[in-house]
Design a protein. Structure first.
Length: 371
C-alpha cells in the first residue's frame, strides 16, 4: 500500500509553471488570470450567477450528468468528500453502518476518517492490496453491510478496475440483499473505455454514483452526486450541514461544463496513449508498471530509487530541461528500496513524444542515484 507522498511546495508550483512540457494531466494554467479568462470563453458565462445552488448553468450541469449516467436526478456538490459523506449518512439513516469499502479506497485513506469522525459510521474493510474486492470477499464479511461502496477505478491500488462480470455479480448480490450500492466514480469518466460500455450502463449497476470534475475533466473543483429523486432530496440537508451549499459556485460549474465538452471525448485516446507509454517504461531494466497494461489513462511506475532522491531527480530534470515529471514519490511496495510515481495522461501529452518521456525519467533516476 502506498505511503503518503512527499509534499509539493509553492516552489514546486513555481518551477512547474516555468516548464514548457508536463508529463501528467492537462496543460496547467499558469495564473488565476489565465484561469478566469478561460472560464469567460464558456458559452454559459453570459448567464446570471447561481445562488445557493439555484441557477441555469448549475441546473444544466446537474441534468447533463444525470442523463449521461442514466439516473433521474443529480446534485452539484463543491467537494466529493461532502457528497459521499451525505450519501453514506442517508443510506445508514440514524445507525452506524457498517459501510463496506476497500482498505485502499479514497474514503478509507484520503479523507482523514471523516466517515467515522463526522458521521459516526463504522467501516467494514474488504479486499486485498492492489486488487478490487470480489463478491466472495464481500459475502465473507462477518457482519452484513448497510451500504457497499465500490471505487471505480481504485486509485490507490494502481487505478485498477474489477472485471465487468465481478461488478455485475456484486450489483446483483446487493440488490438481492436489499443493500444499496454506491459508486465512488471520481474517475468513472476515465473507466468507461476499459469496459467498452456507456457511462449509463456502468451506473445502472449502482443506486448512486459520484463523479468528479477536477481530475480527468480538468475542472477547477466540484462534483455531482446522482441517484433517484428521493435519495437526492434526502442528501440536501446534509449538503448544508457539511458546508457545501455555497453562495455561488459558477467558476466550478463553468469549468465542469467545459471539461465535459472538451476532455470527456478525449479520454479513450488518453487511455491508449497511456498503454503505449507504459509498454515502453515496462521495458526499461529494473522498472515496473502496475497494472500492466494500464486499464485507464493512469498507472503506477515503480523505479529503483529512494523516494527522496527520486524527487530531487525529477526536479533536476525540470530545472535543466523544462520537462515537469512531477514532484511526488512514495515508497514502492513492488521494488525493495524503490519509489513509486503515478503517471496520468491528459492533454499535456500532446507536448512530448513517448521516447522523450522515457529519456527524461531515465535521467531523473540517474540523477537520483548520484544524490
Amino acid at each position: 500500500m502506498a505511503t503518503k507522498p512527499l509534499a509539493t511546495t509553492a516552489a514546486d508550483t513555481d518551477l512547474r509553471n516555468q516548464c514548457s512540457r508536463w508529463l501528467n494531466g492537462h496543460r496547467p494554467l499558469r495564473s488565476m488570470r489565465d484561469s478566469l479568462l478561460a472560464l469567460a470563453e464558456a458559452p454559459e458565462a453570459a448567464q446570471a450567477l447561481d445562488m445557493y445552488g439555484d441557477g441555469a448553468a448549475v441546473q444544466a450541469l446537474e441534468a447533463q450528468v444525470a442523463a449521461l449516467l442514466g439516473k433521474p436526478a443529480g446534485r452539484f456538490f463543491h467537494k466529493g468528500v461532502a457528497a459521499q459523506l451525505a450519501a453514506l449518512r442517508v443510506y445508514c439513516g440514524d445507525g452506524p453502518g457498517p459501510v463496506a469499502l476497500h482498505p485502499q479506497s479514497h474514503i478509507a485513506i484520503d479523507e482523514a476518517d471523516a466517515y467515522t469522525r463526522l458521521m459516526g459510521l463504522r467501516g467494514a474493510l474488504v479486499g486485498d492490496t492492489d486488487a478490487p474486492f470480489t463478491l466472495d470477499q464481500l459475502q465473507a464479511l462477518p457482519e452484513p453491510p448497510v451500504v457497499v461502496v465500490v471505487e471505480l477505478p481504485l486509485r490507490r491500488g494502481g487505478y485498477r478496475l474489477p472485471a465487468w462480470e465481478e461488478l455485475v455479480a456484486i450489483s446483483a448480490w446487493c440488490r438481492a440483499c436489499g443493500v444499496p450500492l454506491h459508486v465512488d466514480g471520481a474517475r468513472l469518466w476515465e473507466a468507461a473505455a476499459h469496459y467498452g460500455r456507456s457511462l449509463a450502463d456502468i451506473a445502472a449497476l449502482a443506486d448512486s454514483v459520484y463523479v468528479s470534475f477536477y481530475k480527468g475533466l480538468g475542472g477547477l473543483a466540484g462534483c455531482v452526486l446522482v441517484g433517484n429523486e428521493a435519495f437526492i432530496a434526502h442528501t440536501l440537508p446534509w449538503q448544508s450541514r457539511l458546508g457545501g451549499n455555497l453562495f455561488t459556485a459558477y467558476p466550478f460549474v463553468l469549468s465542469a461544463l467545459q471539461g465535459l465538452r472538451s476532455q470527456l471525448p478525449r479520454l479513450p485516446a488518453y487511455r491508449e496513449r497511456a498503454r503505449g507509454l507504459a509498454a515502453l517504461l515496462a521495458a526499461q531494466p529494473g522498472w515496473r508498471v502496475a497494472p500492466e497494461p494500464p486499464q485507464v489513462n493512469a498507472f503506477q511506475l515503480h523505479l529503483p530509487a529512494a523516494p527522496e532522491a527520486l524527487r530531487e531527480g525529477l526536479l533536476a530534470v525540470a530545472r535543466r530541461d523544462g520537462f515537469w515529471l512531477g514532484a511526488r514519490a512514495v515508497t514502492s511496495h513492488v521494488i525493495a528500496g524503490g519509489a513509486m510515481v503515478e503517471v496520468v495522461i491528459g492533454d499535456a501529452a500532446q507536448g512530448w513524444a513517448d521516447a522523450e518521456a522515457v529519456a527524461a525519467l531515465r535521467l531523473a533516476v540517474a540523477v537520483s542515484g548520484e544524490a
